[in-house]
Design a protein around this ligand. Sequence first.
Ligand SMILES: [Zn+2]
Length: 364
Amino acid sequence: MDDVNPLAGLPKQDYDRLAEDLEFAAWVVGNLVVRFFDPIPARLLEVLHLEELTVGPIASYLRPLPGEQYQHRGAVADVYGGNRVLGITPLADGLLTVYSDDKGPYADQRIPGMDWIAYTGDGLSGHQTLSSGNRAMAKYQERRKALRYWHKPHRGRWTFETWTVIVQRRRRWGCGQDGLQRREFVWILAPVPSPISDTWPREVIEALNQDDGQLHDDSIDVIPAEVALPPKSERISARQRYEQLTAAAHRTASGRTRSSKLVQMERYLRSPAAREAVILRSNGHCENPSCMGHPLDRTDSGAPLLEVDHVNGLARTGQDVPELMIALCPNCHALKTRGRERSALQRDLLVVARARHQDFLERQ
Ligand SMILES: [Zn+2]
């Protein structure tokens, strides 16, 4: 800078405002650093005498702060700029933001048992392509750049839940808004405490290092006909549907034995048929015969309060097929995974799952 002796500066009113309001100045510096530099250029901040402005975590100067809530998307845009409609779009500060609404056709979801998020890509109908929002996501994945995750629970408010980083890109069969099957992207988002990569948990760094940034395509070997679509025809009986789902589950079941988060996530995303089959078999009720009382309340989206899991939670090597899985109410699920009598319960439930599976297949 000294060599080229640049002549540049801010308009007086901006200069005055920055000089008078140090918190505002810190906010500006924090934004610039996060948007354009990572890792933080400590030396640059030092040379420019900015380090004392940003002592402490720079992320705390960024706005919005995690937890901020707004009634609707327009209210977010009024305060922070950015597009009012798109699902994947930057705020005025240039940092990418994704919005996830629980009432969508294919609700974005926390992956059970972990805090990672499976975020469906951009494009409501037809095959999704790596354009617009999905292209922006691919760039962030490649650069390992953090983005904001906003979530709106059913009938709730838009909340900036957390910063996240994209640990994997997958593709699967899904159902578009037009009711037709299509290939769609799933972006696996891992929550991180701030956009500064120094603060990310070890498991997130490991997942990033382990993933090659390439597309993991589940739309090649997972049968589309049995995935993600509600049974349409009235003529198909519950038993026939169960048979279809079981066949699909058997085709996609894999004998993986590793249990890293990426593998857990992968299994979850690859076994929708098995889970749907078990829910169908359960008829909305806990399948534990010694259940002490199953809450008949429903979730916001109208689904029964049931968790589908492998009967034998200790042996994670089991296949994702209905006869080895069971639908349990939250209480029985806890008894099965954490209860003192869990070993005996798991043995009993395995017998129950197999018997119910057989009964269901023999139903008229
Ligand atoms: Zn129960």
